[in-house]
Design a protein around this ligand. Structure first.
Ligand code: IDP
Length: 139
């Protein structure tokens, strides 16, 4: 995958709260093009695989419960400097510390239920996109 792409998912809290529309609107208004999009409901096991890197963290089981508690909307986005610019758009992991105007500041419920994911590197963006989308869907 080229380095002008990133991976995101609107998380269960924001989908349940009816914020998918406004979040997607802000993503597009910020200049990101949606390359692939779907709505899925992960099992706890699938959520555990996606977040395997956090398996030793104390919040892992709770994170897997949360991420499998409802539908999510994974997307692959394209824009110059996508990974870094998208992390700025969504704000800090903890919405209380996120800058004004960021997606997490506006729409997140809490540190865990923080509305949206954004890949932290080009390498992880490619791995995470492949978790949800086939090569054909990413072409
Ligand atoms: P990021 O999503 O901002 O990259 P990570 O540290 O990779 O943050 O954490 C992954 C996800 O795990 C967060 O988005 C959040 O949903 C959850 N999380 C992170 N730290 C905590 C914590 O201390 N308590 C509960 N949940 C957490």
């Amino acid at each position: 995958m080229p380095t002008n792409r990133t991976f995101t998912m609107i998380k269960p809290d924001a989908v349940a709260d009816g914020f998918s529309g406004p979040i997607i609107q802000q993503i597009e208004a910020a200049g990101f093009k949606i390359i692939a999009i779907k709505k899925v409901h992960l099992s706890k096991e699938e959520a555990g695989k996606f977040y395997a890197i956090h398996a030793e963290r104390p919040f892992y089981q709770s994170l897997c419960d949360y991420m499998s508690s409802g539908a999510i909307i994974p997307m692959v986005l394209e824009k110059d400097n996508a990974v870094e610019d998208f992390r700025k758009l969504i704000g800090s992991t903890n919405p209380e510390q996120a800058a004004e105007g960021t997606i997490r500041k506006q729409f997140a419920r809490s540190l865990e239920s923080n509305a949206i994911h954004g890949s932290d590197s080009d390498e992880n963006a490619a791995i995470e996109a492949a978790f949800f989308f086939s090569e054909k869907e990413l072409a």
